[in-house]
Design a protein around this ligand. Sequence first.
Ligand code: F0G
Length: 433
Amino acid sequence: MPAQLRCFNSTCRKAFPTTEVIYNCPVCDGLLEVDYPGLTLDPAPTKRLWRERRMSNAPEDLSGVWRYREMLPFLDDGDGVVTLREGNTALLDAPRAAAYAGLERLTFKHQGYNPTGSFKDNGMTCGASQALRLGRKRVACVSTGNTSASMAAYASAAGMTPVIFLPHGNISYGKLAQALEYGALTLQIEANFDEILALVRTHADAFGLYLLNSMNPFRLEGQKTIMVEMLDQRDWRVPDWVVVPGGNLGNSSAFGKGLRELRDLGFIDRLPRLAVVQAEGSAPFYEYFHDRSEFRAVRAPETLATAIRIGDPVSWPKAIREVDESGGVVLKVSEQEIADAKAVIGQCGIGCEPASASTLAGLKKLTAAGQVAKSADVVAVLTGHVLKDPDYIYRYHTGQLKTPGGASISATFGNQPVVLPNDPERIRARLAI
Ligand code: F0G
């Protein structure tokens, strides 16, 4: 039962060996997915095996991705995996955020707890392992910051050379700093994410680069385990909703694939509904979801949530299928809504980067509109760590945050630092004791 690459396009569905270096179908240019024809697993013993592996100290068992390797058998036996012990991310109850969204209860799955601080690590362990298996020396990605941080770490850990293309001036310092620290050749290009990705996709072979963007289907195999781990942590109770931010739409696609496969293999008996949330200024998927005539890219996407500042998402054909199959929705939220939701997540003692907070902002809208019931069982995925973008945080709390258009964002939940002289009386007075 070998793994194969398969064209996602329903009118093509051609299959190719997993050892071929292709990112799109060579016949019709459709997206590719990794497919395991004839894969069957016995749910009860497999669930037990996955639980038992938590007692093991073997690197592939300590990884929250490779622990579930029966779901992603694309490497040949004996092939090494590149792991930084990714996954194992917490499921956290957040009563304050639940109340803010109008829900009785809300759980966050915090992918920011990964080794480089974002969900990209779940995918990169697979992408980097596949690159090694193919004998590639130089790997590359175009990124709004997190993919590049993750790729830099995994490539360097595996002895490959990371080459990174970034939109100059539009990624947070936390992420840029990681790329530099992990030793990537870092190219800041004077264009936006979509423009750079179009260029690099065309020239990757000529540049001698193996691409690890999320159209690389091996990345998505790792990201689908975020849903496997979430269900394992919940003793396989399926939530009513899973909420996720939408940028290039790799995560939404991966989650849908993972959940469908778990259902088809008999691990769960229904799918949770997927809610994908975009930022208002970068919301082509939202527009397409509501008006199915044709997919129209946003030429000049804008949002302070720079991780999802993407106008031409590569994986939209996969993501729309997953949203539809799950009975899900796509919505958009404003800069103010993201900023306030982010501060509320911070007040829970949890924290996240701006893009992640779109989940809570979206949930608030969905409950207000009656689309999500107050009593619903909801898991929202926080995609990145709070320290990815400290500049945004400081500006919000000090009332200096402005939208890309220059409008002020209110510090609704602002928390100003207080400057005092080195004087015990003044400090006591401020503490009011
Ligand atoms: N949240 C964060 C923190 C991200 O970094 C990204 C994407 C997303 C959400 C959107 O996920 O693309 O799978 O829909 N960041 C990419 C990057 C594009 O280059 O780091 P998506």
